[in-house]
Design a protein around this ligand. Structure first.
Ligand code: HAS
Ligand code: CU
Length: 553
């Protein structure tokens, strides 16, 4: 049995137990983000149905939308990753992380970041949306909170890298265990990518919001933001890929083809996630067409590791289903573990991601991007990616994680199954509405029921977005009911329920080339690509710090 097949078990030492307690609270912090963000989502769904909760309520549309975006895509995702990826690394290395203080520091940094960012958002002093670039200006504390959340992720990386070094000293010549490898490569990618947003914060937004400098260059801050703002989507996605690779096929009874291929997939993300940010700026003036072309080309490159993932997973799932008696060209799909909410939620998330991925490819094509940029098509795309592939997978994984962390049995498996299906059906209807309206030219971030203009062509799309959004909200409420009831439950989880087995491979790590483990080398190569993609962009676009801050809402 390979090391990976051991999977995640209940803790064995006191230190591991302490770390898991902190990781548990780190995870719970994310659920608070999900609750606030989800609540704001209900308001947005109602808005599409013509019920204007913002006209009368305590907050305006953009305040609600900022809370929605920041708590979901920065708080919920980051805290889940810090918790889950560290937990997987502990199990893969079969030892606690070096050292416990770093695990605690990461949790506290996230918590401080959440509080600092939440207060100005709730007070209406940070209505800049989650794409926090100039010239919209937020309170200093909002930027500080976001910065601390990013630093928390760096601390998690430091803990994992130190543990890897210690493990390597004890296991000379062996490849980093796969679950840890995937997590560490993800975090190296993100830490490198987040340099863009770090410079944006430290050099521009923090001093600007404090009044130390009066003006900034919006184009510079946009470019720095997107330098991190594209790879951030893989920082949301790759922790979930760890589960898609290592948990779902195993639960389906299948083996994966090759350990080496999975490592190559993660290295491709390390190399290609960052030098593509200009695909968010295809319509920005002042950036040379050749640079946009280069970033566009590399966007098609970063599509590949997800395609390899799709084929690898499909083969692993088919292998499992056929071993369980599945037959036929597609008939085997019936033999996937549809009674298991942990697997089912993630299978549905994968199906949603197929559509999310295709809509991404459409936007990566320059000429099509000109049609859909800044329209409702964009949220249509990202609710199928971060809103489905990531969120639905985290919900499903929660049905294992919480019993694991607490020792309590999952409350009502049937309810959990219903929850993931309702969310899936809801998000499909929701995104269909957004994507159709985007093609009809509906701007994104439109306060629809408060707008004095509109188009007949948007009526059906808005209805679908509203109804789909309400279904997602029902699933969101049900998720928290299941979570609450599980936490209150007196029934203990069996050892099997607390244990997470990892997938096995036909070709395991012994056949993977040693060069894949040279993480320093790959990081250096990735850094060179980032420099090649961005230095010409900054030189060419120049620096023109003439814009004051604006607060419109
Ligand atoms: Fe994106 C904008 C292009 C992936 C998120 N994206 C966004 C924004 C967000 C976002 C939040 O090129 C909006 C930012 C803003 O506010 O302005 N995106 C892409 C491309 C990909 C992509 C090419 N995006 C993501 C992921 C996200 C995400 C992942 C979050 C997690 N995106 C764009 C572009 C824009 C953009 C443009 C800017 C648009 C504009 O004009 O503003 C690709 O990486 C996608 C690759 C995915 C695939 C799918 C693989 C499928 C798999 C599942 C297999 C299924 C199985 C099922 C095995 C190739 C792995 C089996 C089950 C059974 C039951 C049988
Ligand atoms: Cu992107």
């Amino acid at each position: 049995m390979s090391a990976e097949a051991i999977g995640i078990q209940p803790p064995r030492t006191g230190e591991e137990q302490t770390q898991r307690t902190w990781l548990k609270w780190h995870l719970y912090l994310g659920y608070i983000g999900l609750a606030i963000g989800g609540l704001m989502g209900i308001g947005q769904a109602l808005d599409r149905l013509g019920i204007d909760v913002y006209g009368t309520a305590v907050m305006n549309y953009f305040q609600g939308l900022t809370l929605h975006g920041v708590t979901l895509v920065i708080v919920f995702t980051f805290t889940f990753s810090n918790s889950w990826v560290a937990l997987a690394a502990i199990r893969a290395f079969d030892r606690p992380l070096v050292n416990t203080r770093l695990v605690i520091a990461s949790t506290l940094l996230s918590a401080a970041g959440v509080v600092l960012a939440a207060i100005p958002m709730l007070l209406g002093n940070a209505t800049v949306l989650f794409t926090m670039y100039a010239p919209l200006q937020a309170s200093f504390f909002f930027y500080l909170g976001a910065t601390l959340l990013v630093i928390g992720t760096w601390v998690t990386l430091a803990a994992m890298l130190l543990t890897r070094r210690e493990w390597k000293a004890d296991n000379p010549g062996r490849a980093t265990p796969l679950a840890a490898y995937m997590g560490i490569v993800t975090y190296i990618m993100w830490s490198m990518a987040s340099v863009g947003i770090a410079i944006e914060m430290l050099a521009f937004l923090l001093p600007w919001s404090l009044g130390l400098i009066d003006t900034v260059d919006p184009l510079t801050t946009r470019t720095l933001f997107w330098m991190s703002g594209h790879p951030i989507v893989y920082f949301w996605l790759l922790p979930v890929y760890i589960s898609w690779y290592l948990v779902v096929p195993q639960r389906a009874g299948g083996r994966l083809f090759s350990d080496g291929v999975v490592r190559v997939v993660f290295l491709m993300f390390l190399l290609l996630s960052t030098p593509v940010g200009l695909h968010h700026q295809f319509t920005d003036p002042g950036i040379h067409q050749g640079l946009k072309f280069a970033h566009g080309l590399m966007t098609f490159g970063v599509f590949l590791p997800s395609m390899i993932t799709a084929f690898t997973l499909m083969a692993g799932l088919e292998d499992g289903a056929r071993r369980r008696g599945g037959t036929g060209l597609v008939g085997w799909i019936r033999k996937l573990p549809w009674g298991d909410p942990v697997a089912t939620g993630q299978l549905l998330a994968m199906l949603g991601f197929m559509l999310g991925g295709i809509s991404g490819l459409i936007k990566a094509s320059y000429t099509l991007n000109l049609v859909v940029h800044n329209t409702a098509f964009v949220p249509g795309h990202f609710h199928l990616t971060v809103g489905t592939a990531v969120t639905l997978s985290i919900m499903a994984l929660t049905y294992w994680l919480v019993p694991h962390f607490t020792g309590k049995a999952l409350w009502n498996r049937k309810a959990a199954l219903a929850q993931v299906w309702i969310y899936f059906v809801g998000v499909l209807i929701f995104s269909r509405g957004q994507i159709a309206n985007g093609i009809e030219g509906q701007p994104r971030r439109l306060h629809a029921s408060g707008a004095s203009f509109g188009s007949e062509a948007w009526a059906l799309g808005d209805l679908m977005t509203g109804v789909g959004g309400l279904l997602m909200s029902v699933a969101g409420v049900l998720f928290f009911v299941i979570l609450g009831q599980t936490l209150r439950s007196k029934q203990t989880a069996t050892l099997e329920e607390q244990t997470l087995e990892f997938s096995e491979f036909v070709h395991d790590d012994r056949s993977s080339p040693a060069v894949l483990d040279r993480l320093g080398l790959w990081t250096a190569a990735a850094a060179l690509l980032v420099l090649a993609a961005y230095i010409p962009a900054f030189i060419q676009q120049g620096f023109d710090p003439t814009s004051p801050g604006f607060t419109f809402f």
